[in-house]
Design a protein around this ligand. Structure first.
Ligand code: F6P
Length: 331
């Protein structure tokens, strides 16, 4: 017997294209299964402040194609404290919510997991971050759109790079993860892809530039922002004096990677995950994340997705090196 009657949905952490599609799916699937669905604005901040309103099917009309999140998002410091979570719980009880669907990344899931241990609230996570760095799912909402945004930008940078015969260091997002960098790098034909998961990235770029010097050709070097060895700007400043023959430029793509209308793939994944989150609640599940593995919806315990590290597929790294101008590094 399902005991859930009223559910909340929120978006938390960095926004990602496709979050609106997920909110829409949670809302419609919930209502179509006789649940009452409430939107919680500004993530956990709005939960603490009681910024909560009932939604109907029309509330989510015309949002599937929009970037960002119409529920707004935040990174809540107050929710990290027991007092903040107690206030949040009181607000949920005031409205009579039994469960909350959290669309966000690992920080958001950590908060949900802690609160689910302290209070009798069911939390279901939907992975939403352009970084794609969550264990237990092949895709996170927003990743595909961000990849397309990066590829479009790099294609444009390449036009000017080749016209001026320049070397461009292009920095992409991904905190401590190189998923955006590796796949956008492959898709845009970047000559070098520097990711935090691999060691000696500066040495790799140095070797490449030394080879390139003989050919005097333009190139794109894609740098993931989370590199231990430094930012794209720092790496470029380090290498520029060593290669005075090159005209080196740096381009930081920044937050444009988080915006824009979601791709078809993100809208579909978000819709599937949203409906699956409601199904999980109806099935009396709690403290799990719904994900997609090999195109099949899966459920992963929240504490597992928080604790375990998602590794980049080694085959992708070999592929990137195997099809780049000079092939894999020869030691
Ligand atoms: O959404 C994830 C992410 O884009 C990371 O790649 C990045 O480090 C971070 O968010 C930056 O977000 P903000 O500017 O909102 O702190």
């Amino acid at each position: 017997m399902n005991k859930i009657k009223r559910i909340g949905v929120l978006t938390s952490g960095g926004d990602a294209p496709g979050m609106n599609a997920a909110i829409r799916a949670v809302t419609r699937a919930g209502i179509n299964n006789s649940l009452e669905v409430f939107g919680i604005r500004r993530g956990y901040e709005g939960m603490i402040d009681g910024d909560i309103f009932q939604m109907n099917s029309e509330t989510v009309s015309g949002v599937i194609q929009k970037g960002g999140t119409f529920l707004l998002t935040a990174r809540s410091k107050r929710f990290r404290e027991p007092e903040g979570r107690r206030e949040a719980y009181e607000q949920l009880k005031r409205i009579g919510l039994d469960a909350v669907v959290v669309i966000g990344g690992d920080g958001s899931f950590t908060g949900a997991n802690i609160m689910s241990m302290e209070y009798d609230i069911s939390f279901i996570g939907i992975p939403g971050t352009i970084d794609n760095d969550l264990y237990g799912t092949d895709y996170t909402i927003g990743y595909d759109t961000a990849l397309n945004t990066v590829v479009e930008a790099v294609d444009k940078i390449r036009d000017t790079a080749s016209s001026h015969n320049r070397i461009f260091f292009v920095e992409v997002m991904g905190r401590e993860a190189g998923f955006v960098a590796i796949n956008s790098g492959i898709a845009s034909g970047a000559e070098i892809i520097m990711i935090p998961e691999e060691k000696n990235q500066i040495e790799k770029a140095r070797r490449f530039l030394a080879e390139r010097a003989r050919k005097n050709k333009s190139s794109i070097i894609l740098v993931a922002e989370g590199l231990e060895e430094g930012s794209a700007m720092e790496i470029a400043s380090m290498l520029t004096p060593e290669f005075p023959q090159f005209d080196i430029r740096v381009s930081i793509l920044g937050h444009i990677q988080r915006g824009g209308s979601p791709s078809a793939k993100d809208r579909i994944i978000a819709s599937r995950m949203g409906a699956a989150a409601v199904e999980a609640l109806l099935d009396n599940q709690k403290s799990i994340m719904v994900g997609v593995v090999n195109d099949v919806i899966v459920q992963v315990p929240l504490n597992k997705t928080i604790k375990l590290h998602k590794a980049i597929d080694e085959n992708l790294i070999s592929l990137a090196e195997g099809i780049c101008t000079f092939g894999p590094p020869k030691n």
